[in-house]
Design a protein around this ligand. Structure first.
Ligand code: ZN
Length: 317
């Protein structure tokens, strides 16, 4: 079920303000309440607006007695840790330039194990994609690249089975880069690439690609297609400069953070986190990114450790 989210714009401007504001469970709960019910409590069952607040931090509808928990049905469900810890994790995750890794998070929060810290990060990554987010529009570069495996030959299609294929779309705003979208795809076939573009790019946009045959036919799907067939001497940077830049940043992240090694099943989570960070690179207040993640956490389904381990099935194309 998709719920309508009325966005509030209340967030800590900086770390000092964050530390002052969210040092108690009650302060965190008050913030969650505001995100969950921006216009005040509404009973899910009967629509009544009056409630009792119980000692167990449950909201009890005064009319139909339905109990509401702020964290039931969210990624925080069943967590035994204080919400202040989750808020800190969300703060570091969103405000550190390259995020936070599981080892750092474990040490920062004094979590019992690396696995717990790692599963928290996976949960937060699952909150970086907003349901029903807008498609890219205008001029959009589309490209694909490989991560992992042996970097040789650059063959596309079946020859590259060891590697992970990733589809990328980059909005161009004049010489600048706008928003991006990225998706781990099964292969670089016509079907996979066109499905990716259909999902993430608005029809009637100008899609710029190189000469790869997988992109042929975009015109028939309602896009304006500018296809630049590369000559041997021309490098990718001059044909698709935005995509070229993003690909080099993603490769640097995968090499730097994961030493080039990662499980295929978790790749989409890492890509989602990168996209979240990249698309908010020029946000003035770091706290705004934090607010978005808390907001998403309130509306994201819970993930159990087992679901995380087998990879995120919740992600859609
Ligand atoms: Zn009720």
């Amino acid at each position: 079920m998709t719920e309508f989210i009325t966005r509030i714009e209340d967030f800590p401007k900086n770390e000092a303000e964050f530390d002052r504001r969210f040092c108690t469970e009650d302060a965190c709960i008050e913030y969650l309440f505001k995100l969950r019910w921006p216009h005040g409590f509404i009973c899910k069952r009967c629509g009544h607006s009056q409630y009792w607040y119980s000692a167990r931090r449950l909201y009890l509808c005064r009319k139909c007695r339905q109990q509401h928990s702020l964290i039931a049905g969210t990624i925080l469900q069943n967590s035994k840790k204080p919400i202040t810890n989750w808020f800190k994790a969300m703060w570091w995750f969103t405000t550190r330039k390259s995020g936070v890794n599981a080892v750092n998070l474990k040490d920062l929060l004094g979590l019992g194990s690396y696995e717990t810290a790692w599963s928290w990060l996976q949960k937060l990554r699952s909150c970086t994609v907003r349901q029903g987010r807008e498609k890219l529009t205008g001029k959009v570069e589309a490209d694909e690249f490989y991560l992992g495996g042996q970097e040789s030959g650059g063959k596309r299609g079946r020859a590259a089975e060891q590697k992970c294929a990733v589809a990328l779309a980059v909005e161009r705003k004049g010489r600048k880069i706008g928003r991006i979208r990225m998706r781990f795809i099964p292969d670089c076939s016509h079907e996979s690439l066109q499905a990716f573009i259909n999902t993430h790019v608005q029809e009637q946009s100008n899609v710029m690609t190189d000469g790869w045959s997988g992109y042929v036919g975009l015109e028939r799907r309602g896009f304006h297609h500018e296809r630049e067939v590369q000559k041997e001497a021309v490098d990718k940077a001059s044909v698709l400069p935005g995509a070229h830049l993003v690909i080099s940043l993603v490769k640097r992240l995968i090499l730097g953070t994961f030493q080039g090694r990662f499980h295929k099943k978790h790749l989409q989570g890492y890509l989602d986190e990168f996209v979240f960070r990249f698309n908010r690179r020029s946000v003035t207040f770091v706290g705004k990114k934090f607010m978005r993640i808390v907001e998403q956490a309130m509306f994201s389904a819970p993930l159990t450790y087992n679901v995380i381990i087998v990879g995120s099935a919740a992600h859609q194309m």
